[in-house]
Write a protein that binds this ligand. Structure first.
Ligand SMILES: *[C@@H]1O[C@H](CO)[C@@H](O)[C@H](O)[C@H]1NC(C)=O
Ligand SMILES: *[C@@H]1O[C@H](CO)[C@@H](O)[C@H](O)[C@H]1NC(C)=O
Ligand SMILES: *[C@@H]1O[C@H](CO)[C@@H](O)[C@H](O)[C@H]1NC(C)=O
Ligand SMILES: *[C@@H]1O[C@H](CO)[C@@H](O)[C@H](O)[C@H]1NC(C)=O
Ligand SMILES: *[C@@H]1O[C@H](CO)[C@@H](O)[C@H](O)[C@H]1NC(C)=O
Ligand SMILES: *[C@@H]1O[C@H](CO)[C@@H](O)[C@H](O)[C@H]1NC(C)=O
Ligand SMILES: *[C@@H]1O[C@H](CO)[C@@H](O)[C@H](O)[C@H]1NC(C)=O
Ligand SMILES: *[C@@H]1O[C@H](CO)[C@@H](O)[C@H](O)[C@H]1NC(C)=O
Ligand SMILES: *[C@@H]1O[C@H](CO)[C@@H](O)[C@H](O)[C@H]1NC(C)=O
Ligand SMILES: *[C@@H]1O[C@H](CO)[C@@H](O)[C@H](O)[C@H]1NC(C)=O
Ligand SMILES: *[C@@H]1O[C@H](CO)[C@@H](O)[C@H](O)[C@H]1NC(C)=O
Ligand SMILES: *[C@@H]1O[C@H](CO)[C@@H](O)[C@H](O)[C@H]1NC(C)=O
Length: 675
């Protein structure tokens, strides 16, 4: 028995530890033609080649399956005997100093090869011998081929990919290939995800074929001598995330179909001669990783440009004055970049400009900007939030005799830490619908004339140093009383983000009055109850006193009512329970007393909505109200049963809608160009 085990073990030993003779011979031949650094020599002298550095054999057989010696300081050439490693599946000699051509018929022989990485060497010569046949094509097993950063030359014959049905990634960048890009790769290799042909001498047109790679995600062919039009079928590779073709000689238009590439986030086409770009009308590159000095972009050839959206990229530098040469411009978004300097004076000549968004940059001179922009007679939308810092609020002296901005509908100057008062030139903006001056350092009173602005339906003055009373005139804002002024159904030139939701029409904006986080005092004017179109009313964190006006119950569209952090006293009007859309309500930290109303949405508000009012009582704050003596027991029982909250108030549905809309917009496409 023991003997048998011993025999078995030794048989196994021999079988596992001694590599196949053919493999050993071809490895030794390889070893003889290379040299390793003397301080770290490659020692392939033991009998079992499966134990050599960089070698792995199959588990139960003796065949070499891995040859992996990346960054090992090797130099020399590759022996033709290597083609005898017919079980090799992983072959990585990346980052050595190996040179010379690859052996003929290497790819033909390695029929189990899956991964080939010879990148960063100095291999040269042709991939296939001249007039080669299919026998030199990539094997059908191969998935990853990286021959990048070598000195390979010649052209890549279409037949090279004839058998490569498993190919996923093919990188030949940074070589000296010539001839056409082998678009046929997609016929042989439909599964391919990555193609990198960049930094070579490929020339001619890219022929149809790339579109056959329906899974293609990355296509690079920049820094070649490619010319002609982009092939139309590239737009049918719908999964493309990156098309990088800079520094070629492409001409012609970019096809509208590029909008079909919904996942495209990187589109690099600079330094091409896309001559027909002079016809380009819309350039939409929002939410990309484009960067660089924006002032070097020359817009002078894009005379027909109507809309440009470079928002949410990484551009630096000054707003380019050449933009002013695009006389037809109606919409410009440069928001969310790192632009510096001032608005160039020539912008005043853009008479068609309707939409300008410069929010979230590092610009200076807000006074100068408004003095220039008031000449853009058609300006309807002006986003300047978080773009200036700590300057003076442009006052009436700065904008003396203002007669511009007569079409302005949206003005945002939030988050700029502007100092000063609310200037009365704003009263002259007769079409203004949305005014955002939140997160500044504006002091003084809220002017009564705001209540007479005919179209205003979003007023955001959150977090400033405003003091005095909230003028009762605010309660007559026409556009919050009747639908007249705000029911403009027209689409804006560019969709915009508003409280993290994307809108393309002003009409859809939630109407709001936000004066939270100021130093306002006095009573809450009962006239506010007339603003029955209001969705949001924020009065929180001020010094309001007195009682909550019963009239607020007329705000039948109200979804959010925040009166927390004031000195309000008295009872919470029971009539507020009639506000069926109210999903967010707070009177926390006041001096309120009595019983918290019951029924309607009030059964859904949490205790935190009422905390900090020690004199409030009711089930939700777990303080029982003093029992009134003449109440008979039966009705009290009935009332007990109405304590239980109604689980699905309307507020729940409103919240659900908001989430669905957000999700919809998040799946929208990232970048596209239109001709
Ligand atoms: C190579 O390794 C063998 C043992 O496996 C050792 O005997 C020999 O001296 C080594 N040769 C060099 C040059 O280090
Ligand atoms: C190994 O490769 C060489 C050169 O390609 C060839 O001449 C030889 O016949 C091969 N040996 C075997 C056993 O396949
Ligand atoms: C080759 O080896 C290098 C170094 O370990 C590694 O970074 C690279 O990913 C390998 N190549 C492939 C295709 O696995
Ligand atoms: C390719 O490179 C080899 C070696 O560097 C050179 O001899 C040959 O002429 C080159 N062929 C072409 C077509 O450039
Ligand atoms: C191709 O290889 C080069 C290195 O030679 C590398 O810089 C590049 O990122 C690779 N391409 C892709 C698409 O991974
Ligand atoms: C291009 O290839 C050469 C030779 O292998 C290498 O030295 C160089 O770093 C490569 N360049 C890039 C950008 O990868
Ligand atoms: C745009 O591409 C489609 C195919 O995707 C093609 O039918 C159409 O002719 C192209 N349009 C232009 C203007 O080139
Ligand atoms: C875009 O990317 C997402 C997330 O990676 C993926 O789920 C979706 O299928 C892709 N769309 C296309 C058209 O490939
Ligand atoms: C900016 O773009 C990135 C994707 O590139 C996206 O994740 C992010 O939400 C965008 N930010 C804004 C404010 O649109
Ligand atoms: C209004 O300003 C605030 C504070 O900067 C900002 O968070 C918000 O996005 C602005 N709203 C619009 C529509 O610009
Ligand atoms: C709304 O328009 C009607 C007629 O179109 C007019 O009678 C009414 O006064 C307007 N209301 C407001 C608040 O402007
Ligand atoms: C208004 O102010 C709020 C703070 O309550 C801020 O978060 C929001 O972005 C601003 N909204 C609009 C529409 O300007």
């Amino acid at each position: 028995m023991l003997i048998l085990v011993f025999v078995l073990l030794s048989a196994l030993h021999v079988h596992v530890l001694c590599c196949n003779q053919v493999d050993r011979d071809s490895l030794l031949s390889f070893y003889q033609q290379i040299s390793s650094p003397p301080q770290a020599p490659l020692n392939w002298s033991s009998t079992d080649c499966c134990r050599w550095e960089g070698i792995a054999c199959s588990r139960y057989r003796d065949r070499v399956i891995h040859l992996s010696l990346p960054a090992r300081g090797l130099s020399g050439t590759i022996t033709p005997f290597l083609a005898n490693l017919s079980f090799l599946s992983y072959f990585n000699l990346s980052r050595n100093h190996l040179s010379g051509p690859l052996p003929n018929r290497l790819f033909h022989a390695l029929t189990r090869l899956q991964t080939l990485d010879l990148s960063y060497n100095t291999f040269s010569g042709l991939l296939q011998p001249p007039r080669s046949s299919e026998s030199d094509a990539l094997p059908s097993s191969v998935q990853t081929v990286d021959l990048s950063s070598n000195h390979f030359n010649g052209s890549i014959d279409p037949s090279f990919f004839n058998r490569a049905s498993s190919l996923i990634s093919f990188n030949v960048s940074n070589n000296s290939f010539i001839g056409p890009i082998p678009s046929s790769v997609c016929m042989g290799a439909p599964l391919v995800l990555i193609l990198d042909f960049s930094v070579n001498h490929f020339n001619g047109q890219i022929l149809h074929g790339i579109g056959g790679c329906s899974d293609l995600q990355v296509f690079r062919a920049g820094f070649n001598s490619l010319s002609g039009w982009l092939p139309h079928d590239i737009y049918s590779a719908k999964k493309l995330r990156e098309i990088s073709l800079p520094n070629n000689h492409f001409t012609g238009p970019i096809n509208n179909s590029i909008v079909l590439l919904s996942n495209l986030t990187i589109l690099e086409l600079h330094v091409n001669e896309l001559t027909d770009c002079s016809r380009l009308k819309t350039l939409l590159l929002r939410n990309n990783h484009f960067g660089g000095e924006i002032s070097t972009l020359d817009f002078s050839k894009l005379q027909r440009l109507k809309a440009i959206d470079l928002g949410n990229n990484s551009f630096v530098g000054y707003i380019p004055a050449s933009l002013c040469l695009c006389r037809s411009l109606t919409a410009v978004r440069l928001a969310y970049n790192q632009l510096v300097g001032e608005v160039p004076p020539c912008v005043a000549s853009l008479k068609s400009l309707a939409h300008l968004s410069l929010s979230d940059n590092y610009l200076s001179n807000v006074v100068g900007a408004l003095k220039i922009l008031k000449h853009c007679d058609n300006l309807a939308v002006l986003f300047l939030s978080r773009c200036f810092h700590g300057e003076k609020m442009p006052d009436d002296y700065d904008l003396l005799h203002l007669n511009g901005f007569q079409n302005l509908q949206i003005l945002t100057l939030g988050g700029c830490k502007l100092i000063g008062q609310i200037p009365s030139w704003i009263a002259k903006l007769r079409k203004l619908k949305v005014l955002n001056l939140s997160y500044n350092q504006i002091s003084g009173p809220i002017p009564a004339w705001l209540g007479d602005m005919p179209g205003l339906f979003v007023l955001n003055l959150t977090q400033n140093f405003l003091s005095g009373e909230l003028p009762h005139e605010i309660g007559r804002l026409p556009a919050l009383i009747a639908d007249n002024a705000s029911s403009d159904l027209s689409y804006l030139a560019l969709p915009f983000l508003f409280d993290s939701l994307q809108y393309d029409r002003l009409f859809n904006l939630p109407r709001g009055l936000k004066v939270g986080n100021n130093s306002l005092s006095g009573n809450i004017p009962a006239e506010i109850g007339q603003l029955k179109l209001l969705h949001t009313l924020d009065l929180n964190d001020n010094n309001f006193n007195g009682s909550i006006p019963d009239q607020l119950s007329r705000l039948v569209n109200l979804e959010r009512l925040d009166m927390s952090g004031n000195h309000l006293s008295g009872e919470i009007p029971g009539s507020l329970a009639a506000l069926h859309f109210l999903s967010s309500f707070s009177v926390a930290n006041n001096d309120l007393e009595g019983e918290i109303p019951r029924g309607g949405q009030f059964d859904t508000f949490p205790a935190s909505s009422f905390e900090g009012n020690p004199k409030l009582c009711g089930y939700v704050v777990q303080r029982s109200c003093p029992v009134i003596t003449q109440v008979d027991m039966s009705t009290e029982d009935d009332e007990e049963s109405s304590w239980y909250p109604v689980p699905f108030g309307l507020g729940y549905f409103v919240g659900f809608f908001a989430v669905s809309i957000t999700l919809l917009f998040h799946s929208s496409c990232k970048a596209f160009l239109l001709t």
